[in-house]
Design a protein around this ligand. Structure first.
Ligand SMILES: CC(C)(COP(=O)(O)OP(=O)(O)OC[C@H]1O[C@@H](n2cnc3c(N)ncnc32)[C@H](O)[C@@H]1OP(=O)(O)O)[C@@H](O)C(=O)NCCC(=O)NCCS
Length: 167
């Protein structure tokens, strides 16, 4: 793979982020989330307006991974009033997974979190998403909860992980 660069997302990245999201959602959630709930979630969370608002939010850290040719992935961390932060999304294009892109995005997220004095990072993940769970466990997260959420009419079983941000 060409050299990977991690940088803050820009509003002009919205179409490429939408494209990565469409490809990775249909790949990872095929047997986990109903097609209708996927469609509604993508429409709601990945509309151009929603993405630009997230990219420009003062309390979010939004980074992308790219080569000189294409955008390969992205991650968004939302800072919370209690000093912690929630990893809201981290996605890598399916053909480019397992080449260290996710780890590079996560390192950038932790670096920014440290600079912003975030105490700990949490992440919620579909219980059946073994790939992401292995990634978080390998990256130092510990399981800290479990529950179900209503995802646009679909009941999704989730588990929650956490990791302190070392100074
Ligand atoms: C989870 C995700 C972001 C990981 O990104 P990635 O670029 O593939 O991850 P990396 O290559 O940096 O992997 C780092 C380590 O995580 C673990 N890991 C990653 N993918 C794995 C898999 N499919 N199975 C088992 N372990 C895995 C491995 O230990 C890996 O290190 P190794 O390759 O040296 O063994 C990516 O798989 C993805 O986009 N998945 C779909 C979207 C998703 O589920 N996002 C999370 C929503 S909460």
């Amino acid at each position: 793979m060409n050299e990977i660069r991690i940088r803050p997302a820009r509003p002009a990245d919205a179409p490429a982020i939408q494209s990565v999201a469409r490809d990775s959602w249909s790949d990872v959630y095929q047997e986990v989330i109903s097609i209708e709930a996927q469609r509604r979630a993508l429409e709601h969370w990945y509309s151009t307006n929603a993405l630009i608002a997230s990219i420009q939010s003062a309390t979010s850290i939004f980074v992308v991974a790219e080569t000189s040719r294409e955008l390969l992935g992205f991650a968004q961390l939302n800072q919370l009033p209690d000093g912690s932060a929630d990893l809201a999304r981290i996605y890598v294009l399916p053909p480019n997974q397992r080449h260290g892109v996710g780890a590079a995005l996560l390192r950038a997220v932790f670096d920014s979190a440290r600079n912003n004095r975030v105490s700990r990072i949490t992440v919620s993940v579909a219980k059946q998403n073994k790939r992401a769970r292995s990634f978080y466990e390998r990256s130092g997260f510990s399981l800290c909860g479990e529950g179900s959420v209503d995802l646009f009419g679909f009941s999704l079983q989730e588990v929650m992980y956490e990791q302190p941000v070392e100074r």
